[in-house]
Design a binder for this molecule. Structure first.
Ligand SMILES: Nc1nc2c(ncn2[C@@H]2O[C@H](COP(=O)(O)OP(=O)(O)OP(=O)(O)O)[C@@H](O)[C@H]2O)c(=O)[nH]1
Length: 193
C-alpha cells in the first residue's frame, strides 16, 4: 500500500498534433501507416482524412503524437483552417519522382503562413519514394536547399522500405520543441477571466 505513495508519479506525455500535407499520391498515408502500424500497403486509396496516435520518445521526454493524414492537395485546394489552428507542426511531403509535388509544398507552406500570419512554423520537408531511383526528378540537394531557405529540417524516405520514416517524426518533434511558443493544454486551475 504505502510503496505506491513513495513512487514518483510518471510525467504525462506531451500531446503534439502533426499534420501531413502534400500532393496526391506522394505517400502521406503510406508513411503514416508504416510509422504507426509497421506495414506498407501497395495499393492506392485516396484519403479524405485520418487521424492516428502513437507515443514517441524524444530526448528523455514522452510525447503522444496525434498524426493527421490529410487529403492530397492541388493548387486549387482551399486551405483548410483546421490544419492551421490546432497543429503544432507540419510534415510537407513530396515525391522525389515528381517536380509538380515539390512545387506544391511551396504553395502549401505559403498558404499556412498566410493563414497563421507568421513567417515561421515548425516544418519538416520530406522527399518520399527514394527507392524509385530511375524515376527521380528532384535531387537530394534540392530538398536540402529548400530546407535551408525555410530554416527547417528535411529528409528523404521510402515508406515502401521503411527508410527514415521514424526519423521524420523525431525531426518533427525536434522542430516543434525548437519553437518557444508551443501552447500547453489548458489547465483548469489557471483560467484567468
Ligand atoms: N515505390 C514506392 N511507392 C510508394 C511509396 N510510398 C507510397 N507509395 C505508393 O504510392 C501510392 C500512393 O500512396 P499513398 O500513401 O496512398 O499516397 P497519399 O499521399 O496518401 O495519397 P492521397 O490520399 O491521394 O493524398 C500507393 O500506390 C503507394 O503504394 C514509396 O516510398 N515507394
Amino acid at each position: 500500500m504505502s510503496s505506491s505513495a513513495s513512487q514518483t508519479p510518471a510525467k504525462s506525455p506531451k500531446l503534439r498534433r502533426i499534420a501531413l500535407l502534400g500532393s496526391r499520391a506522394v505517400g502521406k498515408s503510406s508513411m503514416t501507416i508504416q510509422f504507426v502500424e509497421n506495414v506498407f500497403v501497395d495499393s492506392y486509396y485516396p484519403t479524405i482524412e485520418n487521424t492516428f496516435t502513437k507515443p514517441i520518445s524524444h530526448q528523455g521526454q514522452e510525447y503522444q503524437a496525434e498524426i493527421i493524414d490529410t487529403a492530397g492537395q492541388d493548387e486549387f485546394s482551399i486551405f483548410n483552417g483546421k490544419h492551421a489552428l490546432d497543429i503544432h507542426g507540419y510534415i510537407l511531403v513530396y515525391s522525389v519522382t515528381s517536380k509538380l509535388s515539390f512545387d506544391m509544398i511551396k504553395i502549401i507552406r505559403d498558404k499556412i503562413l498566410n493563414y497563421t500570419g507568421t513567417d515561421w512554423v515548425p516544418i519538416v520537408i520530406v522527399g518520399n519514394k527514394s527507392d524509385l531511383h530511375g524515376q527521380r526528378q528532384i535531387s537530394t540537394e534540392e530538398g536540402e536547399e529548400l530546407a535551408a531557405l525555410w530554416n527547417c529540417q528535411s529528409c528523404e524516405t521510402s515508406a515502401k522500405h521503411n527508410e527514415n520514416i521514424g526519423r521524420v517524426f523525431e525531426l518533427m518533434i525536434g522542430e516543434i520543441e525548437k519553437s518557444t511558443s508551443v501552447p500547453e493544454e489548458p489547465k483548469s486551475e489557471c483560467i484567468i477571466l
